[in-house]
Write a protein that binds this ligand. Sequence first.
Ligand code: SAM
Length: 297
Amino acid sequence: MSPRRWTIKELLEVTADYLEKKEIDRPRLCAEILLCHQLKINRVKLYLAFDQPLNEREVSGYRSLIKRRLNREPIQHITGVQEFWSMEFIVGPQVLIPRPESELLVEQVISLYKAGGQTEESGPTVLDLGTGSGALAVSLARELGGASLWASDISPDALDIAGKNVKRHGVEDRIQFIHGDLWQPFKEKTFTFDFIISNPPYIAIEDYDSLPPEVRDYEPRLALDGHNQGMFYIEKIIMEGADYLNPGGWLLIEMDPVQTSKALELMEQGNCYGEKRRIRDYSRNYRVVMSQKAVVS
Ligand SMILES: C[S@@+](CC[C@H](N)C(=O)[O-])C[C@H]1O[C@@H](n2cnc3c(N)ncnc32)[C@H](O)[C@@H]1O
């Protein structure tokens, strides 16, 4: 008997049902994305080809991708990309998969810069501390034409991926990469920044084991583990951040909603910061805490 010839429509239906039974998140979407990846087509083309029969090689390739997803490998590791700020970024096990809520950091920098009334020519200086895939720095480079950006990370493997992303989006001459531990590489530098943004590791160690397997088993612990109550890096960034800001410059940090009030308290200490705010994400949770370095007259 010759093997069954599946059409795209049939294969998607059977796969989505199976993924749902196995409790895979958004099963139909997952089935479609992975079939697009296997066939190297986009979703519009997939819908237009619903009745097209697939050959054995295509079906068996698709089966291998589904098997990986059933092992709870993130879909982005299978396709190798993630969309952020309407651009496609290369991702892999070396970097955190950029999350939609981090777009808030990009939005806020743009809005603060525009509210400051500066001209595009003079451009702000921006540091992305813990850049990972480089998604935040690349997005700001694309949005703020005159900006000069620095992007740092302790992980050389992450910087390697970020380097690929800056080339992919044509901003390699606008972003300087720096390898090192938090503020360490900036201690010797003579310049300071108009904006410092960071999405640091902020998962509380107490919560680490209960993360979904896609995150816990596949994304880098170095990008996630914020140690005690998730505050280790947030505290260091706040306590020393003002030393690396220009007067009137802004520090913006993404964190878990429960960490935001403690972060604001830390910003109160030391009298380095003037205005302080916390901003909600699209789910109405406080997500970003920001503060302006005081201008001493
Ligand atoms: C939560 S990820 C954020 C990645 C990226 N900025 C984003 O928003 O998608 C945190 C990043 O900080 C980096 N990191 C962890 N510890 C660090 C340290 N001590 N110094 C500098 N970077 C660090 C990790 O390698 C990781 O890339």
